[in-house]
Design a protein around this ligand. Structure first.
Ligand SMILES: [Mn+2]
Length: 395
């Protein structure tokens, strides 16, 4: 049995003020083309289908066309709502989608339901023309209020109970699964130590919210994760778990990696195998910095990218745009730094007899001027937050 894993579509998301609907349509078409070429009969869609909880009708129609086209290719779709999606909306659509388009929605935080298997968090789904049985467990995004009660907060229970409780839900979905059938999990959740952004930065800020990789149950043949937008394997021994990543870079904090889908092969009696297939239709994003001439030179290698330009110049913006626009057809924004202003600032700081003030100093000045001086403790928290890496998926 062969499956395809994707997610974090964020359909309807803008880039700056630019619509990317045409790119989003093209990448949905590309995903279906990969499914056809690879002879896939099941798609695991790991959440954040829409950018907004209430998408526009055009954006909604784009996803429904995708689901109907999948059905025409005899591809079943198994999906969970992400933190951007409205679970109630998916709960309302679930019966319609399962009958009309062979789409299986896991909208609720529930375990297996023997009386109504189609409403449970773990179901047997028949895949492809051969109607091969696949056991699918689905865990939508878990809002903190769903697992951390008001009482617990009042009693000062640590937030780490959130990650523990999400891991307990995963165990419940794994326990007692039918033996001898392939078993997969599709979930929208945060695993701690995931790579974020374009570098080697690992997510460490939200340890209390992130599930430890070792808590991903070993019972699953494959764990299809959504939430972190950069594609990557998760955990290690005994588990085949991946973030599929977003099918396109969604903002300028997400450059430096390439979008992909994951193809998973599961054969009985053998460990599942996963490999990535690159997606080529979306336009990559790049950030360029320098003078007008430097930016134009650098742009020649990335002329077809969406570009954010940080330009140092004393020319008016209209003149800067007149110089760069013909060389860079896909500019999202140009941010100007004035040479004169920067020089004056440096001179003033030197005259004041020191280097530039730290961000902490600036906050002290501001809070004092605002007559709400902050305690050392507050300032420490501020500094910790400032230095901690942020994850792109929060946006
Ligand atoms: Mn997302």
């Amino acid at each position: 049995m062969r499956l395809l894993h994707t997610g974090d579509l964020h359909l309807g998301k803008l880039l700056g003020r630019k619509s990317r609907q045409a790119e989003q349509q093209a990448v949905l078409d590309e995903i279906l083309a990969v499914a056809q070429r690879e002879d896939v009969h099941g798609i695991l869609l790991a959440g954040d289908m829409f950018e907004q909880r209430v998408p526009t009708p055009e954006v909604e129609a784009m996803l429904y066309r995708f689901l109907l086209a999948a059905q025409q290719q005899q591809v079943a779709v198994m999906l969970v709502p992400g933190n951007h999606d409205a679970p109630g909306r998916w709960r309302a659509l679930a019966p319609l989608l399962s009958r009309a388009a062979n789409v299986h929605v896991f909208s609720d935080l529930v375990g297996p339901n023997p009386d109504h298997p189609e409403k449970g968090g773990r179901r047997i789904i028949e895949i492809g023309p051969q109607r091969e049985p696949l056991v699918v467990a689905g865990l939508p995004w878990v809002p903190w209020r769903a697992v951390v009660t008001g009482n617990a907060l009042q009693e000062g229970v640590e937030q780490s109970t959130y990650a523990d409780k999400v891991a307990d839900l995963l165990d419940a979905l794994a326990d007692g699964a039918p033996k001898g059938l392939p078993l997969v999990l599709v979930a929208h959740l945060l695993v701690s130590q995931s790579l974020v952004g374009g570098g080697e930065q690992r997510l460490t800020l939200n340890e209390v919210w992130g599930i430890q990789p070792a808590r991903l149950p070993e019972a699953f043949d494959y764990i299809a994760l959504g939430h972190v937008h950069r594609p990557q394997s998760v955990g290690s021994l005994g588990r085949l778990a991946r973030y599929c990543g977003s099918p396109m870079q969604l903002d300028f904090g997400e450059t430096g990696w390439s979008p992909e889908v994951v193809i998973i092969d599961i054969a009985s009696g053998q460990p599942a195998r996963a490999r990535s297939v690159p997606l080529v239709s979306p336009r990559p994003l790049s950030v360029l910095r320098g003078t007008v001439d430097e930016v134009i030179a650098a742009a020649s290698g990335v002329a077809d990218h969406h570009l954010l330009l940080h330009i140092t110049s004393d020319l008016p913006l209209s003149q800067v745009r007149a110089a760069v626009d013909p060389q860079c057809p896909h500019i999202v924004d140009v941010r100007l730094t004035r040479v004169a202003v920067e020089t004056e600032r440096a001179v003033r700081l030197t005259r004041e007899g020191g280097s530039a003030p730290s961000t902490r100093d600036l906050l002290v000045r501001y809070s004092t001027a605002a007559k709400q001086p902050l305690s050392d403790e507050d300032l420490n928290v501020f500094e910790q937050l400032l230095s901690a890496p942020l994850s792109g998926e929060q946006g």
